[in-house]
Ligand binder design. Structure first.
Ligand code: CA
Length: 530
């Protein structure tokens, strides 16, 4: 390309790049999208001049607001003016009163029409077909543990397996110890104890582990192998029961005999996993978990709307798409119940929200405990504003199913469509619960930046801003900041993300996989410990 042409293109792009973005015609604030923010005197709309410097990601008043007036973004009142606010002023959390929480009675139930859209056919990825009909995007040997006591021993064994055995089984991607802090010292008969127990069980059945079950137990723990994996829960490939190594077994004399037992058991599974090959699978076999973390005001302008578009494409292709994070959707619960496909689905959404409200209340907090100092620095004034930006990643499809924490899609007979998997918003707990649901591909948007990753499933990370994507060029897989830069529109980026999902599901490594960045599994245990 000639230099002149290149310069023309750059200048066209610069001209196209907006100063501020308004999400809805009825909004009275817009968000500054320029790197470094905008100075006093900048003209953001024909008759709106900034009265002060407004940082990137923060809101500017597009019209004068009187004390008590709603501050509207996404055509929703995200707060009420605590004082008169002149047009051109920086609207931050100090100038806004947070709206009260929505009640759970009198919500709209399954009122919204499904968007008219064609079924997408012919999209495939190269996956690993499992005997139970699910499809893995990775071929991983997972070693399930019943209690934290064994994690040091299992960690030692996994290091030896990777060094000594894995090189002989080149078609196996990895060996992962499913370690956690549950299993003993807990009230295992408490009413909410089934949540952590089924979470560990269902993670061990994740499609990326090829239906191969291997368990390491201590022996005296409360979560006994038979309690974790009762006979009915075990897939066909392990009809004779999961392979269990019990460290306290009398046959173990010395540490090395435990390690040899674990390694010999692992090798039997490695042989079977190594015989598997990728084959063409329909996009409908994807089970995508969506999440955001380290959010900023760009999350709801760039990355999450593009992800919402991609989520709609996945649903049209027959895939299953989960969104989660209770406290980040609680303030838009009316949007969720109205999008429910049936009254039963709406009732399930309300039931999950009510349960979580009570859980928070028992700890003497409410939904406002969600926002972080980084969220506020990034321009998100409160949880209502954060929630509206979070919900957009669910797209516009009807919600066809609801999972309680730790439940598995297959056990609920859900195969395809948009699902609300109720989880805390904590990145690690949400990811862990989505793994239990049966996620085989994870997509994660971030504005402030997080190096989040999982060993059990590929995680595609999407930066909301170009500045972050440039600085973290070897951590972020997608730069959604190009929307704010005027280079791409939401639909174009949505298609790009959809294609990237098919590539990553077929084996293309994410940055987190290349660096082997993985967060710990983190169980949600609302029950008491002893
Ligand atoms: Ca999160």
């Amino acid at each position: 390309m000639k230099l002149e042409t290149a310069l023309q293109e750059v200048s066209a792009r610069t001209r196209a790049a907006p100063l501020v973005i308004k999400m809805h015609p009825h909004d009275n604030v817009a968000v500054v999208v320029r790197d470094g923010g905008l100075p006093a005197g900048a003209v953001v709309e024909p008759d709106v001049v900034l009265l002060e410097h407004v940082p990137q990601g923060h809101k500017v008043a597009l019209e004068g607001l009187a004390k008590g007036d709603p501050v509207r973004r996404y055509n929703v009142a995200i707060g009420y003016a605590l004082q008169d606010i002149a047009a051109g002023r920086w609207v931050n959390e100090h100038l806004m009163q947070m709206p009260p929480a929505l009640g759970l009675d009198h919500l709209p139930i399954a009122t919204r029409q499904a968007p008219a859209s064609d079924v997408l056919e012919g999209f495939t990825f190269q996956g690993y077909r499992n005997a139970d009909g699910s499809v893995g995007t990775r071929n991983i040997l997972a070693i399930t543990t019943t209690v934290q006591c064994v994690s040091g021993v299992v960690g030692y064994a996994v290091r030896r397996i990777k060094e000594e055995l894995l090189p002989r089984y080149p078609h196996v991607d990895d060996v992962v110890a499913l370690t956690h802090t549950y299993g003993c010292g807990v009230a295992i008969d408490a009413p909410s104890a089934p949540i952590p127990i089924r979470t560990v069980r269902n993670i061990s059945l994740n499609p990326n582990f090829g239906n191969e079950l291997m368990v390491v137990s201590l022996g005296c723990e409360k979560m006994q192998p038979a309690r974790l994996l009762p006979p009915g829960s075990i897939p066909l490939a392990n009809a004779d029961g999961p392979d269990v190594v019990v460290l306290q077994d009398e046959s173990h004399v010395g540490f090395m005999s435990m390690i040899e037992d674990i390694m010999a058991t692992a090798e039997r599974h490695l042989v079977r996993l190594n015989a598997r090959r990728r084959e063409a699978c329909p996009a409908s076999a994807l089970v995508v978990g969506m999440q955001c973390g380290g959010s900023d005001a760009f999350s709801g302008i760039t990355a999450n709307p593009a992800l919402g578009y991609a989520a709609d494409l996945l649903v049209r292709a027959g895939a299953t798409v989960m969104f989660s994070e209770n406290t980040e959707v609680r303030d838009g619960v009316d949007q969720l119940t109205s999008r429910a496909s049936t009254p039963e689905v709406a009732e399930a959404i309300i039931r999950e929200m009510a349960w979580y409200d009570a859980y928070l209340q028992a700890g003497s907090v409410d939904r406002s405990a969600n926002t972080t100092p980084g969220n506020k620095k990034g321009g998100l004034s409160n949880i209502v504003e954060k929630a509206m930006g979070s919900i957009v990643k669910s797209g516009s499809s009807k919600i066809v199913g609801v999972l309680s924490p730790g439940e598995r899609l297959r056990d609920k007979g859900i195969d395809g469509g948009l699902v609300f998997a109720a989880t805390p918003a904590s990145d690690f707990i949400c990811g862990t619960l989505q793994l239990a649901a049966g996620m085989n591909l994870h997509i994660f948007t971030t504005g402030r930046g997080t190096p989040y990753g999982l060993a059990e499933c590929p995680v595609i990370k999407v930066a909301t801003r170009s500045e972050l994507a440039r600085r973290w060029h070897d951590l972020m897989d997608v730069n959604a900041g190009r929307i704010a830069d005027g280079e791409l529109d939401i639909e174009q980026l949505g298609w790009e993300i959809f294609q990237l999902m098919l590539d990553v599901a077929s084996g293309r490594k994410t940055w987190a996989e290349q660096w082997k960045l993985a967060n710990a599994l983190t169980l949600f245990n609302p029950a008491p410990v002893t």
